[in-house]
Design a protein around this ligand. Structure first.
Ligand code: ZN
Length: 306
């Protein structure tokens, strides 16, 4: 399992690191020696959310009973859901969660560390250092939830130092900033992990026998700009629309034929003569199907007409 640590917020973390934030202090630029994305993506939790459409979380009894902990966690998840369409709900009784928030009795990561995330397992585990006695855990929760969905650190960790900074652009992935919510930078990183794009290879073949096939490939039309990896890491299905001709507005085929999706990894779909006309596609997963895509700003991408 891979582990990410969070520095305790503001003066706790910074004073332990021997730095004093005084009047002449200038925050160093965001020059952390790491990338925007965590290694080993997409994780089992991310793949589950792409298939199901949302994630499921649970709390252990100590974190559930810690004053305001569950309420601020709800705020963190509600904010992420509103900003990105990557949503979680709390586990029902007896339901297996994708993420467990826990305040374990033992703590080995050091007193200056507020939280840590075991993000590659499913369920992923987020541990909180309850001995710090925070009145609110909201910034730690926001940071750790970012790790579970693939975000890397944004604090300063060069030259043997470890500092809370206000990164540029602002992000919940530094520390000591008070930012618990999804910033525009955070949203873009999450969408780069989660949102597919139109495929670079996409064509329609009329076989002349009353059938046509639509074929697509694994690479993005955008050339993977800003994306973590290839389409098989975040595309789970291909959705189709149909129109009688190029002038007509395409209608989602799912309105006509219930559940009309193909698995993205099938790379083709056959259509009989009922679908003569123009075929459009939308590369999707169940979580972010409505989110604007770089190479498909008009939502549907035309494959061809037959
Ligand atoms: Zn972290």
């Amino acid at each position: 399992m891979r582990l990410r640590l969070t520095i305790a917020a503001i003066l706790v973390g910074c004073s332990l690191l021997g730095r004093v934030v005084g009047g002449g202090y200038h925050a160093p630029p965001a020059l952390a020696d790491h990338n925007d994305f965590l290694p080993a993506l997409p994780t089992a939790v991310i793949k589950t959310i792409q298939e199901r459409g949302y994630g499921i979380y649970a709390l252990d009894s100590r974190s559930d009973n810690y004053p305001s902990f569950s309420r601020t966690l709800e705020e963190v998840y509600a904010n992420q859901c509103a900003e990105t369409s990557i949503c979680y709900r709390r586990a029902l009784s007896g339901e297996a969660p994708d993420v467990i928030h826990t305040m374990p009795e033992s703590w080995v990561a050091g007193m200056g560390i507020a939280g840590l995330a075991w993000y590659t397992s499913r369920p992923a585990i987020i541990e909180y250092n309850w001995r710090l006695g925070y009145a609110s855990w909201r910034t730690t929760q926001g940071h750790e939830v970012g790790h579970i969905d693939g975000q890397h650190e944004r604090y300063y960790d060069r030259n043997g130092q470890l500092l809370c900074i206000t990164p540029i652009p602002p992000s919940r992935m530094s520390c000591g900033t008070g930012i618990w919510y999804v910033t525009p930078y955070d949203r873009d990183i999450l969408w780069n992990i989660y949102v597919p794009d139109a495929p670079a290879t996409l064509y329609l073949t009329d076989h002349g026998n009353g059938w046509a096939t639509v074929n697509w490939g694994i690479t993005r039309r955008s050339g993977n700009v800003g994306h973590y990896s290839n389409l098989n890491d975040n595309a789970t299905r291909m959705s189709f629309a149909w129109a009688a001709n190029l002038e007509a507005t395409p209608a989602w085929v799912g309105w006509i034929t219930d559940g009309f999706f193909s698995k993205y990894s099938d790379y083709y779909r056959g259509f009989d003569a009922f679908w003569k006309g123009c075929i459009y596609v939308r590369t999707e997963n169940a979580a972010v199907w409505w989110v604007p895509q770089l190479s498909a700003p008009d939502y549907w991408t035309l494959v061809g007409c037959w």
